[in-house]
Design a protein around this ligand. Structure first.
Ligand code: NDP
Length: 247
């Protein structure tokens, strides 16, 4: 089983774009897949896919533009109506380079805006739609077919696994994201909405670089499998793309 209605952020390239490709071509494609990006004019591959797949809706979204969230929610609700949104995948992320000048207050702010604050408030804005989906089958076990909010974290957010240091802004913002995930999981438990964080692996993208260990196909294929197997026991979990846990 796959979720009926999905929203993914940061879909013009990298892991987000690969999620769109694999969900569209999987065994059970979503009824509606909302793929957001900052500028569709600069997302030719995504726009091309939407011409071939009528269930793909490309929406403009800078995740730091909180003022735009109500309009985004309105346009999604016009499409999904009483079905709601089953899966919100907060994928967009930013790794400010600290190679020159080290960490600065500006880099800390940028990282927190995109990696921590945006996923929290976008998830909250979309929550009424996720609640509609989750309430449709309130007695069903937790899972992405019911209603779920997923945060794209990283293994380097783990304090216990930090042996190398570096990338302070990125690390700290993603560690804070994990705490956001934990709090949301507590707040949304009674609604039956599953909340968890994923580590996609070290992936060959603009962010991961050419020396990364896996390609986007392997990472996203693993994450889709891991996501589809989630249930109550995975609420508030922090899992690698292959389903193994991180401390
Ligand atoms: P990329 O750098 O390839 O892509 C980042 C995506 O985030 C782009 O679509 C980018 O859009 C989008 N984005 C950045 N800022 C904003 C914003 N303000 N509003 C909307 N979208 C924005 O990274 P990956 O695909 O590799 O990373 C995806 C996620 O996976 C991130 O959250 C990252 O932290 C996480 N991750 C990646 C790892 C890796 O090895 N690649 C390892 C661990 C975690 P635009 O093109 O407009 O900038």
């Amino acid at each position: 089983m796959s979720p009926k209605n999905i929203l993914i952020t940061g879909c013009n390239r990298g892991i987000g774009l690969e999620f769109v490709k694999q969900y569209l071509t999987g065994a059970n494609p979503p009824t509606h897949l909302f793929a957001t990006c900052r500028n569709p004019d600069k997302a030719p591959e995504l726009v091309e896919l939407s011409k071939a797949h009528s269930n793909l809706h490309v929406l403009t979204l800078d995740v730091t533009n909180h003022a735009s969230f109500p309009e985004l929610v309105h346009s999604i609700s016009q499409v999904v109506d009483q079905e709601g949104l089953n899966l919100v995948l907060n994928n967009a992320g930013l790794l400010p380079s600290e190679k020159e000048g080290g960490v600065t207050p500006e880099k800390m702010r940028e990282a927190f805006e995109v990696n921590t604050i945006a996923p929290l408030f976008l998830s909250k804005a979309l929550l009424p739609l996720v609640k509609i989906a989750a309430q449709k089958d309130a007695s069903a076990p937790m899972g992405i077919e019911k209603g779920a909010i997923v945060l794209m974290s990283t293994a380097v957010a783990s304090i216990s696994e930090n042996s190398g240091g570096g990338n302070t802004a990125y690390r700290a913002s993603k560690t804070a994201l994990n705490q956001v995930m934990k709090n949301l999981s507590i707040e949304l438990k009674s609604d039956g909405i599953l909340v968890m964080a994923l580590h996609p692996g070290w992936v060959m993208t603009d962010m991961g670089g050419p020396n990364a260990l896996i390609n986007t196909e392997t990472s996203v294929g693993g994450m889709i499998k891991t996501l589809s197997a989630l249930t109550d026991k995975d609420h508030a979990s922090f899992l690698r793309y292959d389903g193994t846990g991180i401390g």
